[in-house]
Design a protein around this ligand. Structure first.
Ligand code: PLP
Length: 387
């Protein structure tokens, strides 16, 4: 028996064997010729995955929160106004983080499962001059996807920089950084990028780099200061050795393999595959009578699904059973409804078979919890989407 349960949470996820093999190769010097080539390629490929050929890519050892933090540290000066488009837990995090750097934060929120409309965001932008607008592409606590193209458009119209927290979206959801005029797009290795946890990844537009260059005050974060990292990123792309703080050598080897796989699949095909996995998962859940947190189908992400437990079933009953039946799923994250729902991740290397296994495991666990439904209905509905 394979001693392996599918990891179907919204990050970390199931990783490709070639990516894991790259991680396990002997660690080389961070200034060895071969590693310089790998890092240089990874930076170039990052531009292609973010669909931003003129952006400045950064790869730092850290998690997604470090990528968020780097934006706060480098693009905010005390007193700057920031508008946070908040669709859940990670919007709250961004507001708190930006306040630490002295930002005057205004938040625009919506009820749980909904998202602020473009009209509401337009109204907010009319009322004051903001330096930054941040938006979470997919809020992992609700599974709600935002219209980042529309929001980036509005931000540009009002002269603000747009920052997209794409930790649960980039390389899964369609995101065209240049075409949509996004100024910073950020993510972490362990989600749809498909590399074990440990890398903060982001691309900065030329416009945002210019705003950074015109700062009046020093960056109040030593490790995340772009003044220290910019020469390093440029050096590796020029295939030159450089050092500020030791890069995560093995993770960057793995990143380069994963980015190559992503580009081999092709971005349009990859976005389409995520739409299919998501449609199958959501059809399966609906056939079992499970309700999504996202209040409208067009507000629901393609990289994950957030589902309410049926009446009378708790996470403590359900989650261990679903894991024994074959898939690790995640509990709730949004503080207001934490115990009322669970989350399925279907991104990165996930295949349709993984989604079918997951829906099958959900059915086994629900049946063991004495929930009444037609056994097999969820799997059949998911299969019908594929067919
Ligand atoms: C996971 C996640 C983060 C935080 O990333 P870490 O790697 O856990 O620091 C931020 N934003 C979103 C949308 C996420 O899904």
């Amino acid at each position: 028996m394979k001693n392996r349960t599918l990891l179907m949470i919204p990050g970390p996820i199931e990783f490709e064997p070639a990516v894991l093999a790259a991680m396990g190769a002997p660690t080389s010097s961070h200034v060895a010729v071969d590693f310089i080539e790998t890092f240089g390629q990874a930076l170039e490929r990052l531009r292609s995955v973010f669909l931003c050929e003129d952006g400045q890519p950064f790869v730092l050892a850290g998690s997604g929160t470090l990528a968020m933090d780097a934006v706060g540290a480098n693009l905010v000066e005390t007193g700057d106004r920031v508008l946070v488009v908040n669709t859940g837990y990670f919007g709250d995090r961004y507001a708190a983080l930006l306040s630490r750097y002295g930002a005057q934060v205004t938040q625009i929120s919506a009820p749980i499962g909904a998202r602020p409309s473009l009209d509401e965001i337009d109204d907010a932008l009319k009322k004051a001059a903001y330096k930054l607008v941040t938006v979470t592409h997919v809020d992992t606590s609700t599974g709600v996807i935002t219209d980042v193209q529309g929001i980036a458009n509005l931000a540009a119209h009002y002269g603000a920089l747009s920052v997209v927290d794409g930790v649960c979206s980039i390389a899964g959801e369609a995101l065209h950084m240049s075409d949509w005029g996004i100024d910073v797009a950020l993510t972490a290795s362990q989600k749809a990028i498909g590399v074990p946890p440990g890398l903060a990844l982001f691309v900065v537009s030329p416009k945002a780099m210019k705003v950074f260059a015109e700062r009046k005050t020093p960056v109040a974060n030593y490790y995340a200061d772009w003044n220290s990292w910019l020469p390093v990123m440029r050096a590796y792309e020029a295939r030159q050795p450089s050092y500020f703080a030791t890069p995560a050598v093995n993770l960057i080897e793995a990143l380069n393999v994963s980015l190559r796989q992503i580009l081999d699949e092709g971005m349009p095909a990859r976005f389409e595959r995520h739409r299919l996995l998501s449609a199958a998962c959501k059809a399966g859940a609906a056939a079992l009578g499970l309700k999504q947190i996202a209040l409208k189908p067009e507000w629901a992400a393609n990289t994950m699904t957030a589902l309410r437990y049926p009446e009378g079933i708790s996470g403590a009953d359900f989650l261990p059973r679903v894991a024994r039946a074959g898939a690790y799923l995640a509990g709730g994250l949004h503080p207001a409804i934490k115990n009322e729902y669970f989350r399925i991740g279907h991104m990165g290397a996930a295949k349709i078979g993984d989604v079918l296994t997951t829906i099958g495991a959900v059915e086994v666990a629900l049946a063991q919890c004495d929930y009444r439904f037609e056994l097999g209905a969820g799997v059949a509905a998911a299969q019908a989407v594929v067919l």
